[in-house]
Design a protein around this ligand. Structure first.
Ligand SMILES: [Zn+2]
Length: 160
């Protein structure tokens, strides 16, 4: 199990744009595993590589719905549909929640960890998670997209 340090609000790296992964080598696969471990450790729904300090276009998402964990390398959004107003948090903004407008449905194209091209269409929470993590790859964070005045602070119930 490999845990990585999560970069938090105020860390300049979160404002930077991630670059394409050129070669999916063992180092990248190791990073993906560590990202999944780190996401699970903090009960996150998704994590982008930049959040562990690496400016590469890699996203992991787990909705804890018994479906396989989604791993996206070099993802691009092909299309979006509809709108939903949702509450959103971020592992880089612990204990903060905001409201944002996200598409209701999103289709994304990417490579999986074997370099195979995949296409995923997500609705609801999955669409929200994909868009949130895509923002990270573009250096955009929660406070950039929140509906103004909707930030709430929630005291942690337990420190893990
Ligand atoms: Zn986030």
């Amino acid at each position: 199990m490999g845990l990585r340090n999560i970069r938090k609000e105020g860390d300049e790296i979160l404002k930077k744009k991630s670059k394409d992964v050129d070669v999916i080598d063992e180092k990248i696969k190791e990073l993906i595993k560590d990202m999944i471990d780190t996401m699970h450790k903090y009960d996150g729904v998704g994590l982008a590589a930049v959040q562990v300090g690496i400016l590469k276009k890699i996203i992991v998402i787990d909705l804890y719905d018994e479906k396989p964990i989604i791993k996206l390398i070099n993802p691009t959004i092909l299309k979006t549909k509809g709108k939903q107003e949702v509450e959103e948090g971020c592992l880089s903004f612990p204990n903060k929640y905001v409201k944002v407008i996200r598409p209701e449905e999103v289709t994304v194209e990417a490579l999986d960890e074997n370099g195979k091209k995949i296409k995923i269409t997500g609705t609801g929470l999955l669409a929200q998670a994909i868009c949130h993590e895509m923002d990270h790859l573009n250096g955009i964070v929660l406070t950039d997209v929140m509906i103004p005045g909707t930030m709430e602070f929630v005291d942690p119930q337990n420190n893990k």
